[in-house]
Structures are given as structure tokens and as C-alpha cells.
Design a protein around this ligand. Structure first.
Ligand code: PFF
Length: 451
């Protein structure tokens, strides 16, 4: 292996620290904001089943592949690919580009969430009928969401500038468990609403007649997005991982946790959607309308719960977006030799500019379209449905065909010290099944969207 580094690479402080940071990257807006409304737009139960199967089979395999490549090379995405073969540099570069694109809309939603912490205690819940229109008005306002987005992005910069174990790890360790407990609480409250059962039925009872190529691609894209896969993020995180960690078990734990949280978010949201007579297909505003509506019924306590929910939601978003920013930053540090602070600052300036355009595309600039979509939607569709899936296919091909099988075996078993009994199955999936599957799902999906 050529990726020899002279400098000793920074390491995660502890096992639980790494797990929390990787889970922190995975659990974010993807689970709590995107999963419920994507499930809503794609018919509910059947989408949830397809999504779960993709997450468990393709997700765990690709996550393990990314951890393995990252730790083996001790390099972030571009360098990791390049250290094996110069020809593969493009695959890493595609990942950095995906991070840039996702960071062109993610901070906008992060900013909404931050704003909702304050809106929750400044009268939002007092008038339940107006919660929906308040969101619409806020989202399309040309100034307010941009200010919140900039504050949100500034928080990211502060965390990433502090370096890997100083900032990201500490934030994840404290706040991820808080989020989990809160979601369980909201789910219990939501299920006990009158009319809640229709929501559970929507979420868990599959209606296969609604499934087409576009649904399957949406499920695949959502799985990659939610698990932070297909753009080298987990390669980068894996590069900071100590040689004694058990990679297969880490990949499995993170994937299962992420999937549970997405489904938990569904359980928290859909009973409320039906109980309040909202549309499951309402789109990106779903969580911002349903959660305050659920809490509005609880009076003063509701305000408090809503505040705490949006704090936890913001934190979940933060632990994900810092990983996106880290992908770009570590690329600049590893490949361009810039100091960490310079890397973070220059990357975030471009992200602010793109996010401003995205935010405006939901209001004053809504007439400006790229291939028929506003900038916000365009970046979302481009990354989620195309870049991440293709990135995932590349990492599978790269691990299956470029890296030597013995090297993979050595890395995943920590030089023979660990037992990884599913190694052959994993290798077979990566080498043959996953690349072909992704190729066909992407093709089918694009064809179905075209129609
Ligand atoms: N997984 C994050 C979420 O669910 O919100 C989003 C994300 C983070 C995607 C990092 C990709 C990534 F590399």
C-alpha cells in the first residue's frame, strides 16, 4: 500500500467517541426531516420496507467498505483512492463535490431548525391553525432564513476548526443520546393522539401498487443520504480510526441505529399528520408543521417540549453537517496542504454563497429553474438521486476490484485478530451484486422520473 504518511494521524479519543461521531454524521436531517416526507411522497409502507432492506444490505456493506478504505490508507477520500491508483482520483473528487452540493442546501434546513427553537417560545404554538402558513411564509422570506442559515453555518465552522476530537467528538457524545430519548417521548405522545392509528398504518402497511422505479431509486438515495455514504464521508471518519477497532461491528451498529432513528421519526410524525388532517405528501415542511402542532395541544409544557425538540434536531443536523464540512476540509488539508483553519474558512464561504441561492429559490427566486427544478431542489435531487448512488457504486467497485482481497481481509479482521465470518458474503456483494444493483436501480429510477 502506497499511502504512507509520515505524520502521526489524529485519532478518535475513544471507541464510544468514534461510534457517536459516525452515528452523529449518519443521524441528521436525513432521518428526521427527509425520511418522513420522502416516505410520505412515496406511498408510505412499501417505501419504508424497501428503504430498510437497502439500508441493511447495501448500507452496512458500503459503510464497512468506506471504513476499511479510510483506515487502511489513513487518508480522506481523494487521497485514499489516489494512493491505490491515480485513475481513481475522480471518484474521491466526486465525493468532495457531493459534499459541496449537499452543503449548498443542508445549512438552509439547519437554519430553519435553529429558527424554530426561537419561534417555539415566541408564540408559534399559540395559534395552531396558523402553524402551516407560518412555515410557508418563513421559508420563502428573502432575509430571515438566510440569517439563521449563516448562524448555523458559523457553528459548523467553529466545531470543525477545533479539529476532530476536540469539537466533533464532544458534541456527538453528549447530544446524540438526548435526541434519542426525545424522539421516543414524542413518538409516545404522537401515538396517543386520536386518529393516530391511520398514521401507523400508512407507515407500516405496504401498498405495493404505488411502487415504481422512481420509488426504488428514492429509497436507495435516501439510504445513502441518511447513512452518509457514497461520498467518502465514512472514508474520512474511518481514516481517524484506531487499528484495534472492530470495523464490521461498528458499521453494523451505526447502520442499525440510523435506521431505527429514521423509523422512530416516522412514528413521531405520521400519527400527527393524520390526526391533524395534514397531507403525508406535504413535502419538506412536514416536520416543521407537525411537531409544533403536536405540542400546541399541551399548553406551556408544549412550548418547552417544542424548544427542546428543535434544539435536539439542530444538534442532530450539526453533527451531520460538520462531517460534510470535514470531508471538504480534510481534502484541502491532505491534498492541498492548507492549515485546518484556512481550509474550513474557504470551504464555508462557498457554502454560504450556494446556500443563499438555495434559500432564495424557495421564495423570490422560485422562477429560476435548472432542469425544471429550483436551486434547492436541484442540489437535493442531484446529490441524493445521482451522485451518492454513483459514489456508492464506485466505492463497491473499487473495494471489490482494485484493492487486493487479502488486504481487505487483513484490514477487516485487524490482521487476523478478529473473526469476520461474513467476509466472503460481504466481498461477493461488493464485487458483483451491489454495483449491478445500483446500476439498474439508477437506470430504472431515472427512466421513471423522465416519464
Ligand atoms: N447523513 C446525514 C443525514 O441523514 O442528515 C446527511 C449526510 C451527512 C449525507 C454526511 C452525506 C454525508 F456525507
Amino acid at each position: 500500500m502506497e499511502g504512507n504518511q509520515i505524520k502521526q494521524r489524529e485519532n478518535w479519543g475513544s471507541r464510544i467517541g468514534f461510534l457517536m461521531a459516525a452515528a452523529g454524521s449518519a443521524v441528521g436531517l436525513g432521518n428526521i426531516w427527509r425520511f418522513p416526507y420522502t416516505a410520505g411522497e412515496n406511498g408510505g409502507g412499501a417505501f419504508v420496507i424497501i428503504y430498510t432492506i437497502f439500508a441493511l444490505i447495501i448500507g452496512i456493506s458500503i459503510m464497512l467498505a468506506e471504513f476499511t478504505v479510510g483506515r487502511r490508507t489513513s487518508l480522506s477520500a481523494v487521497g485514499a483512492y489516489k494512493s491505490y491508483s491515480k485513475k481513481w482520483t475522480f471518484a474521491g473528487a466526486l465525493g468532495v463535490l457531493s459534499a459541496f452540493f449537499i452543503m449548498g442546501f443542508y445549512p438552509v434546513v439547519g437554519g430553519w431548525s435553529l429558527a424554530y427553537v426561537f419561534k417555539s417560545f415566541s408564540g408559534l404554538l399559540a395559534n395552531p391553525e396558523a402553524i402551516g402558513t407560518t412555515f410557508e411564509a418563513f421559508m420563502s422570506n428573502p432575509i430571515q432564513p438566510i440569517i439563521w442559515m449563516i448562524i448555523y453555518l458559523a457553528l459548523n465552522v467553529i466545531i470543525v476548526a477545533k479539529g476532530i476530537s476536540g469539537g466533533i467528538e464532544k458534541a456527538g457524545k453528549v447530544l446524540m443520546p438526548t435526541l434519542f430519548v426525545l424522539l421516543i417521548f414524542i413518538s409516545i405522545r404522537s401515538i396517543s393522539l386520536p386518529g393516530a392509528s391511520a398514521g401507523l398504518e400508512f407507515l407500516f402497511k405496504p401498498d405495493w401498487s404505488k411502487v415504481n422505479g422512481a420509488t426504488i431509486l428514492a429509497a436507495l438515495g435516501q439510504a445513502f443520504f441518511s447513512l452518509s455514504l457514497g461520498m467518502g464521508c465514512m472514508i474520512t471518519y474511518g481514516s481517524y480510526l484506531s487499528k484495534s477497532e472492530n470495523l464490521p461491528s461498528n458499521a453494523t451498529i451505526v447502520t442499525i441505529l440510523d435506521t431505527c432513528i429514521a423509523i422512530l421519526a416516522g412514528i413521531a410524525i405520521f400519527p400527527g399528520v393524520f390526526a391533524f388532517g395534514l397531507e403525508p405528501t406535504a413535502g419538506p415542511g412536514l416536520v416543521f408543521v407537525v411537531v409544533p402542532s403536536v405540542f400546541a395541544e399541551l399548553g406551556g409544557a408544549g412550548v418547552l417540549f417544542s424548544v427542546v425538540f428543535f434544539i435536539a434536531f439542530t444538534v442532530a443536523a450539526l453533527t451531520s453537517s460538520v462531517s460534510l464540512l470535514e470531508v471538504v476540509t480534510s481534502y484541502l488539508i491532505d491534498q492541498k496542504n492548507v492549515p485546518r483553519k484556512t481550509g474550513v474558512t474557504s470551504a464555508s464561504i462557498i457554502m454560504i454563497a450556494t446556500s443563499i441561492l438555495s434559500s432564495l429559490s424557495l421564495g423570490v427566486m422560485s422562477g429560476f429553474k435548472i432542469f425544471g427544478a429550483g436551486i434547492f431542489d436541484f442540489l437535493d435531487i442531484l446529490t441524493d438521486k445521482i451522485f451518492l448512488a454513483i459514489g456508492g457504486m464506485f466505492i463497491a467497485i473499487f473495494t471489490g476490484w482494485v484493492i487486493k482481497k487479502e488486504d481487505l481481509k487483513e484490514e477487516t479482521t485487524n490482521g487476523g485478530k478478529l473473526k469476520f465470518s461474513l467476509f466472503e458474503a460481504w466481498y461477493f456483494l461488493l464485487k458483483y451484486v451491489i454495483p449491478i444493483l445500483i446500476f439498474f436501480v439508477a437506470l430504472m429510477g431515472i427512466f421513471a422520473i423522465e416519464q
